[in-house]
Design a protein around this ligand. Structure first.
Ligand code: BES
Ligand code: MN
Ligand code: MN
Length: 462
């Protein structure tokens, strides 16, 4: 029987080529023009799971895109690991900022990835990370080393809010029953220092529309005498933070959990260089809430950000106009105990209340979800840490992430198990941005580490 390291080194070219084929399909869930590609990706994942050793695989229909489900049950008395991932990807735009086409994967070396990285939309988020689990399963079945039962649940709507998955989970609790949920859809500190994500932020995402006059107006004939919706919107948005960068929405912080000084000191031990951070982003200084460090601001604190803002004339040259309408998309990242529906309501009330009489406000909620924190004293976390320690040579550091996987809180509520976030991406991998990539080292290391998790999870379950 081969060990995992030699299996990976023997099959790595094939592993990379298979992932490249998957990355060629533009499974953009947000854009209906790609719906056939999203469906084709589900089929490709189904076939890959079958080939890797699942006994049953199915495409489960939902009101939206299907969920690919696969399982290999070796013994009902053994623990069951449920693997979750997503086969959909973010839109590729702005496409002109990619150095190579987003769905024609290429391998290039980078400073962080001297062994090369695969550049393509979805390389890291989440096709590459999801596929590590498929290849780890292949190794474990081919070599008779699968220690636990395994179930796969791979969805196609994570990037648009997972509403069909929520529908599916509520209806299939028995089918999805498990002892631990394993997800690779987050990051780690660096290739030398692994970390396990112990928290995700929640999300409330809204779109706002400000309407002024009933039509676009000449900005000379009417300017100064009527409210300009774009000016008003800018003013309203600016008022959502005070001079300390606290969010001004009444009640916004009511349920925010304040970490103890000890917990914050523990967090601050993780390796981090503010200079390198600034340099990587080409900024002279960071910016954020008074009283918190950069790593606190982007993980344990809630935020409010405009993700897009538009209205009026944005074409070439100058057009003198007061637009009738102005729009913005606003996200609020939330911390555990903040309820996303409650926050959306607080936002809506406040935003309506700060508008002058001369405009009307419409707030439309988009997707959202609760935050999540996982304790480190459960066997899932401990098994993951042993796996990392063995494959990287150093223990993993627990770290709360600023990103969101809204479905994770629902998993805990409906399936009543702990979720272990074993991510292998780096923050610099440009997920959701042009030139997204995933390190070859990270991909192969993930495949090596996952079987160790299964091994130690079984050992610790006894
Ligand atoms: N995989 C990411 C979330 C993530 C990335 C968490 C890195 C931690 C570290 C996921 O695909 C994602 O992009 N989530 C969205 C929310 C979703 C509802 C669109 C996010 O965080 O913006
Ligand atoms: Mn993801
Ligand atoms: Mn994503």
């Amino acid at each position: 029987m081969e060990n995992i390291k030699s299996y990976v080194s023997q099959h790595k070219d094939r592993f990379i080529n298979e992932l490249i084929e998957l990355l060629k399909i533009p499974s953009i869930s947000a854009d209906s023009a790609y719906s056939q590609d999203v469906l084709n990706t589900a089929d490709a994942v189904k076939n890959a799971l079958k080939k890797a050793g699942c006994d049953t695989v199915e495409i489960c229909e939902t009101p939206g895109y299907p969920i690919v489900y696969g399982e290999k049950i070796i013994d009902k008395n053994l623990p069951t690991v449920l693997v979750y991932g997503h086969y959909d990807v973010q839109p590729a735009d702005p496409i002109e900022l990619w150095d190579s086409p987003p769905f024609e994967p290429v391998i290039k070396k980078t400073e962080k990835h001297p062994d090369g990285a695969i550049f393509a939309r979805g390389a890291c988020d989440d096709k590459g990370q999801m596929y590590m689990h498929v290849k780890a399963l292949e190794y474990m079945t081919v070599n008779g080393k699968l220690p636990c039962n395994v179930k796969f649940m791979i969805e196609g709507e994570e990037e648009i809010g997972s509403s069909s998955l929520a529908w599916f989970v509520e209806r299939n609790q028995e089918k999805l029953s498990n002892d631990v949920i394993l997800i690779s859809d987050t990051g780690m500190i660096s290739n030398l220092q692994p970390s396990i994500t112990t928290g995700l932020r929640g999300l409330s995402y809204v779109e706002v529309e400000i309407t002024g006059p009933n039509r676009d107006l000449h900005s000379g004939l009417y300017g100064g005498a009527v409210a300009n919706p774009i000016n008003i919107l800018a003013k309203m948005i600016a008022s959502l933070h005070d001079s300390n960068n606290h969010i001004t929405i009444p009640g916004f912080y009511d349920h925010v959990e304040e970490l103890s000084l000890d917990e914050r000191a523990e967090m601050a031990k993780a390796p981090f260089s503010l200079d390198a951070y600034k340099k990587a982003l080409n900024i002279d200084d960071v910016y954020g809430e008074t009283g918190y460090t950069t790593n606190e601001r982007n993980s344990i604190r809630p935020t409010l950000d405009v993700n897009g803002i538009w209205g009026g004339y944005t074409g070439e040259g100058a057009k003198t106009v007061i637009a009738s309408k102005a729009y913005a998309k606003i996200s609020m990242r939330l911390v555990p105990n903040q309820d996303n529906l409650n926050i959306t309501e607080l936002f809506t009330k406040h935003f309506e209340s700060i508008a002058p009489k001369s405009v009307t406000v419409k707030v439309t909620p988009h997707h959202g979800g609760q935050g999540y924190v996982t304790p480190t004293d459960n066997i899932g976390y401990k098994a993951a840490n042993r796996a990392y320690t063995e494959s990287f040579g150093v223990p993993a550091i627990p770290q709360r992430s600023g990103g969101s996987i809204p479905i994770v809180a629902l998993f805990e509520k409906e399936l009543k198990s702990k979720i272990i976030l074993m991510g292998f991406g780096l923050d610099s991998d440009a997920i959701h941005s042009p030139n997204e990539h995933f390190g070859i080292f990270n991909y192969l290391k993930g495949i090596e580490t996952i079987p160790l998790f299964y091994k130690y999870f079984l050992e610790m379950s006894k």
